[in-house]
Write a protein that binds this ligand. Sequence first.
Ligand code: NAD
Length: 339
Amino acid sequence: MFAAMEAARLEALHLAQDPPTGLQAIIAIHNTTLGAALGGCRFLPYADPESAILDAIRLAQGMSYKAALAGLPQGGGKAVIIRPGHIANRAALFEAFGRMIESLAGRYITAVDSGTSSADMDCVAQHTQHVTSTSAGGDPSPHTAMGVFNGIRATALARLGSDDLESLRVAVQGLGHVGYALAEQLAAAGAEVLVSDLDSGRVQLAVEQFGAHPVASDALLSTPCDILAPCGLGGVLDSQSVARLRCAAVAGAANNQLAQAHVADELEARGILYAPDYVINSGGLIYVALQHRGETLPAITAHLSRIGVRLTEIYAHAQADKRSPARVADALAEHLLYG
Ligand code: NAD
């Protein structure tokens, strides 16, 4: 386990259990150079504790990079609670998790992630103030969408020479919490918006509410467009799908869009500009981090606009160095974290 920690440059790994509630929790603190580690809490079943620990380490590292490039005074961390087969009292389990966080004295701040809800965070908040995304905090998704919208403008300017949305054709894959809000915002700004979702009801709603053009899910990636915005699951970009793309740029909300790191170079070779996912989708993190620090909504909105500025900077470096923006983003984050 120390080898995995060293490979990821992880600062600390905390394990806790609470047999009465069934809590088995891992908190990975990756890097606190820029501030307290902030990152969501997953509540999922795992094949074994080692897989859960490795997941926490990998995700915590990603959070450090994301917070650093979002210009936040936060480090990166992640919690994983191994979901038991039987949950006798979910509230008591999350309260026990709250006591674990409190014992870390502010080095880690938790948030909602896969398998957890704001109601769970309310239980955590009974025992610690180092928690965000409680039900009082509101849904971060519209802020993620706003950040992606700003990022799409910056990407269009860099790749097409104009950020005029009225001449832009954007294909949005996935109309969930983020994708729907993004598609709506793009349509309101005058863009032609093509949409797909596995749920035909979401597509129908987008057609009726803001005149989106429906595309079959299996055809969206190869539909001609200026910008492809993946907003569904991760891993959509692999060697096969990249060969089929007919867009000038990829800029969307989904986490871990690249199935493998080398896919970034394949996009580059095809002349498709790639907005590094953890940079363009950092709006939700910016929202929960700044809200936790007591910032006002206008201040948060101003910070979201810096996502576009950061992407412009990354694209300029990438062009000068003839490297993928994904590799430039990693290098910039590492410079901020390690000097
Ligand atoms: P969500 O679960 O609300 O929505 C995802 C949508 O994508 C669903 O409607 C689903 O049917 C659709 N979908 C999945 N696979 C698809 C496919 N192959 N083709 C078409 N549609 C497909 O999720 P969300 O909260 O909107 O998040 C979307 C993505 O953005 C995820 O990858 C998430 O990790 C990432 N993200 C979200 C936030 C946030 O604030 N919610 C922040 C950062 C990153």
